[in-house]
Design a protein around this ligand. Structure first.
Ligand SMILES: Cc1cc2nc3c(=O)[nH]c(=O)nc-3n(C[C@H](O)[C@H](O)[C@H](O)COP(=O)(O)OP(=O)(O)OC[C@H]3O[C@@H](n4cnc5c(N)ncnc54)[C@H](O)[C@@H]3O)c2cc1C
Length: 401
């Protein structure tokens, strides 16, 4: 009988393996290699945490229940302790001006390989798990090749976003066979598609520090606001501000965008009206002077029904107002999200009420632990999800018996 079996060799499973106190352990992964998702984090550079203290860090998670659940894990392995964990083992990190932490090499492969090289568990890939049975005490893990008994079982199979990385949602079924409930998984941190999208030709361009406001259908007041970069895609919007809004967005919601970087809706309107009060100047020129890129300026002029040779001197009041509305609060209706194929994280997963937040142990099965994204939490982009995976894994390992 093994002391520990870990199922899933992603960020959480590998970090758990690297912190085990026993070598009588195996890590089973169904993919052909471990840590595939880790390799694509932070655009291949791996933004593994940030420098925020616990409270501020947790404010970047979905809701109060998630924050409350993650608190003991984050207090136990803070962003600072994680930083030291790597540095003290001879793995140098860098902190960017915005507080995001990366490996000094800026190569996610190094993080994955470092964790693998520190694994106390023997790693076995291409392992298809067909059954888990509770032995009271312990568990039997049956794979297509063999059966393994263990006193402690850590399930760290991730969510179901980017399924090609191995996190395909099959881990939820393993948890279900042990009696756990799964909060229905949804894509989070995901690009949005927009109805009658007018900016296809701008794909790849972004507005720096745009204000984004979300409205349910015809409601007057915004229910969520974010400031950050917004990226135009070929059929909708992406970029940090949109990704962090995406977990709240429902189909048919309206997004209002301020297109003048750094300015909120009101400030953007004022900046534009000031630019339009200049004596005789083409409207597109006035728009460009506010920082709006040329191709976007051209499109906005067309959308406001303004002839291209119109100048600030000949622009009538109604069209001025129409243009100001577009620039300060451009309305775009959400037709859907890009789904699990391109969502950075999954919201939903193993119900938090069934897991002890002080140990990550199941409330239903002694010796069973969960960690990482397969739990029902999801954080914003910026190192929050990897830190949460590491912290929950670390806490689980400290409580195995
Ligand atoms: C494009 C992209 C970029 C990202 N960038 C960042 C970033 O820079 N910073 C950040 O903090 N977060 C980032 N994230 C999120 C972060 O990668 C995840 O939250 C994190 O990897 C979750 O770790 P995990 O170990 O819980 O799951 P995963 O890393 O998904 O690992 C799960 C593992 O379990 C295995 N597995 C699944 N099911 C089974 C099964 N049934 N049997 C056996 N094995 C199984 C899989 O093969 C996989 O190896 C990014 C995500 C994506 C998609």
């Amino acid at each position: 009988m093994y002391d520990v079996i870990i199922i899933g060799g992603g960020a959480a499973g590998l970090f758990a393996a690297a912190n085990l106190k026993t070598e009588h352990a195996i890590l089973l992964d169904h993919s052909h290699e471990v840590g595939i998702k880790l390799l694509i984090t932070g655009s291949g550079q791996c933004n593994l945490t940030n420098t925020l203290p616990v409270e501020a860090f947790l404010s970047h998670f979905g809701n109060k229940q998630q924050r409350n659940f993650l608190l003991p894990a984050l207090q136990n392995l803070t962003t600072k302790i994680l930083y030291e964990w790597f540095e003290q083992r001879g793995f140098p990190l860098i902190v960017r001006a915005d507080g995001k932490v990366f490996p000094k090499s800026l190569d996610a492969h190094d993080v994955r390989d470092f964790l693998v090289s520190h694994s106390m568990a023997h790693i076995r890939t291409n392992m298809q798990i067909t059954a888990i049975t509770a032995l009271h005490p312990g568990f039997r893990i049956t794979t297509t090749d063999a059966a393994y008994d263990t006193r402690n079982l850590i399930i760290a199979t991730g969510g179901m976003s980017y399924p090609r990385t191995g996190s395909d949602g099959s881990g939820y079924d393993l948890a279900k066979t042990l009696g756990h409930s799964i909060v229905p998984p949804k894509p989070a941190l995901v690009a949005l598609s927009i109805e009658e999208y007018p900016f296809k030709h701008l794909a790849g361009n972004s507005v720096r520090d745009a204000w984004v406001s979300l409205y349910h259908n015809e409601e007057k007041a915004a229910y969520e606001q974010r400031k950050g970069d917004v990226l135009f895609t070929h059929d909708g919007l992406s970029g940090p501000a949109i990704l962090s809004c995406s977990r709240f967005v429902r189909k048919q919601d309206v997004i209002r965008l301020s297109l003048i970087g750094g300015a909120n809706h009101h400030e953007a309107e004022e900046i534009l009206l000031r630019a339009l009060s200049a004596p005789k100047k083409l409207i597109t020129t006035a728009l460009k002077e506010t920082g709006i890129i040329s191709s976007l300026a051209q499109t906005l002029v067309d959308m406001a029904g303004i002839e291209r040779d119109t100048t600030t001197a000949t622009l009538d009041k109604t069209k001025r107002k129409a243009l100001a509305n577009l620039v300060s609060a451009l309305p775009l209706r959400v037709s859907g999200s890009k789904g699990f194929q391109s969502a950075m994280v999954t919201s939903g997963g193993v119900a938090l009420s069934e897991v002890n937040r002080k140990s990550m142990e199941s409330n239903l099965n002694e010796g069973l632990f969960f960690c990482g994204e397969m739990l029902d939490y999801d954080g914003e982009s910026g190192g929050y999800n990897l830190q949460a995976a590491f912290s929950t894994a670390y806490l689980a390992v400290q409580h195995i018996r």
